[in-house]
Write a protein of this length. Structure first.
Ligand code: G6P
Length: 481
């Protein structure tokens, strides 16, 4: 079996995530296929691997009739994407419910937003089971199955039960909260047992890893030896592996003609204003309101910058059927309206607001142009926007202002690190960035580029698979004894 694992090229790697990297939508009976948003899909989609890569996940649309399912399925299968279709009720209770109204707020330290409902939990189990059945239908026992993220935490355990010798990995893309928070969850033991079905579990940072170990030790009363725990005839290993980006793609983007055209359009729109950029999915964890308040305080206290600075705020719609997200959208609209109402003049608008996704070309043009990237999440597993901005700076300067609550802050220490809850600190960081000498901007960018050009998404995946292979090999030889 081990020789089979080593012959990576003959083997298939199945990436399993709630969402496929392609999102299907329907208009007048015609289906269209677009890229999915979020760090997981964008990061993993560009991954190059020695394995034959397959992807299993939800295609982002609920369809009832079998012929539509077949049509979508056939198109996706051409790309080695295998859809798991979910019903409206499952999306409501598993995706909007347990995943995004229970686990997500809890892991991001918003426990006041956390809803506990048995219907959510039942749907979460049901959908994890459905994924398990689809995987078992598609794979051979010697394939590798890499489960992604918090929507599928029961899946490793279910797969272990169904195919005991399967090589299973799990990566957690969001924060793993401290034990004191995690213990609040009624299903804490089931979730931890589900995760421990994997051979190898990794997180973005050592803190998340430490919190996970502490939760296992205290909830399940099991003991780790350093980064490993023995469970019957197998060992589970834990590690911290910060996810990276496709560095070259972003770094060389501005040489593409389409991007250059987008740069020209961006320049026309913003003129010679200093440009502050913010890019996020709509999410309360991203600290968008805190950022707007910081910017408003900056405008209030620094009239000398009026007419000279503009904030471009790109918000990608997300989870807008979840109550807390819909309410946030209303508050953001109000806050932006109030800033623009107070400060706009006949020839200056302080906040440009875009509530839709940008194409790669438009986004990288904005990265290229922006004098400052303002990234202020209240909690964030990693935050790839911060890395993309730094990577996209090939010749011109720029300053990254980054929340210390983002996983990316561990690596990007040459950013201006701020506490997003401190409005005064955001305001001061904006001033510092605007006044920072170009040589210092370039020096800080280069220091950060050194790190992210080495720790790319491919390196991250290679590190993950190396360590995962190592532990699978140990487990297989242990079982043979
Ligand atoms: C975060 C999560 C991903 C998720 C993405 C987009 O990055 O870690 O698992 O896919 O957000 O969220 P959505 O709910 O639209 O899939």
């Amino acid at each position: 079996k081990w020789s089979a694992i080593c012959r990576a090229r003959d083997m298939k790697l199945y990436i399993i995530s709630n969402r496929l990297p392609v999102k299907v939508s329907e208009k007048n009976g015609t289906f269209s296929f677009t890229r999915s948003e979020g760090g997981l899909a964008t990061g993993l989609d560009s991954l190059q691997t020695a394995y034959e890569k397959h992807w299993i996940g939800w295609p982002g649309i609920c369809v009832d009739n079998d012929s539509d399912k077949q049509a979508i399925g056939e198109k996706l299968e051409e790309l080695n994407f295998h859809p798991v279709f979910l019903s409206d009720t499952q999306i409501k209770n598993y995706y909007e419910g347990y995943s995004n109204s229970t686990i997500w707020p809890l892991c991001h330290y918003f426990f006041a937003y956390t809803l506990y409902k048995d219907t959510f939990w039942q749907a979460y189990r049901e959908v994890n089971k459905r994924f398990c059945e689809t995987i078992c239908r598609l794979i051979s026992p010697e394939d590798k199955v890499w489960v992604q993220d918090y929507q599928l935490m029961l899946l490793p355990g279910m797969l272990r039960e169904a195919v005991p010798d399967l090589c299973i990995g799990y990566f957690h893309h969001i924060p793993f909260p401290s034990y004191e928070l995690f213990r609040i969850l009624p299903e804490r033991a089931e979730i931890l047992k589900g995760l421990l079905g994997a051979d190898f579990i990794a997180f973005h940072t050592h803190d998340y890893m430490r919190h996970f170990i502490s939760a296992v030790e205290r909830v399940l009363r099991m003991n780790f030896k350093l980064d490993e725990i023995q469970l019957g005839n197998r060992v589970v290993r834990i590690d911290a592996l910060p996810m990276g980006i496709n560095y070259d793609l972003y770094h060389n983007a501005s040489t593409q003609p389409e991007v250059r055209q987008a740069v020209d359009r961006t320049r026309k729109l913003f003129g010679d204003h200093k440009l502050i950029l913010s890019v996020d999915r709509l999410d309360y964890s991203k600290g968008i309101l805190h950022r707007l308040r910081g910017f408003a305080a900056f405008l209030e206290h620094h009239p000398e910058y009026h007419g000279k600075v503009a904030l471009a705020m790109i918000i990608v719609p997300s989870r807008d059927h979840v109550g807390s997200y819909a309410q946030l959208k209303t508050k953001i609209d109000e806050e932006i309206g109030s800033i623009n109402g107070a400060y706009s003049t006949m020839d200056w608008t302080p906040v440009y607001y875009f509530y839709h996704g940008f194409s790669f070309e438009e986004l990288t043009a904005m990265y290229h142009m922006a004098d400052i990237a303002l990234v202020t999440p209240l909690r964030d597993g990693m935050n790839l926007v911060a890395k993309e901005y730094v990577a996209a700076k090939s010749e011109n300067p720029g300053v990254l202002i980054l929340s210390e609550m983002a996983g990316a802050a561990v690596e990007l220490t040459d950013a201006l690190l701020i506490n997003p809850n401190d409005t005064g600190q955001i305001e001061r960081a904006i001033c510092q960035a605007l006044e920072m000498p170009v040589e210092e901007q370039l020096r800080r960018l280069q220091n950060m580029q050194k790190i992210i050009s080495t720790q790319t998404v491919d390196k991250w995946a290679a590190d993950f698979t190396d360590e995962w292979n190592d532990i699978c090999r140990k487990n297989i030889s242990f079982r043979k004894k």
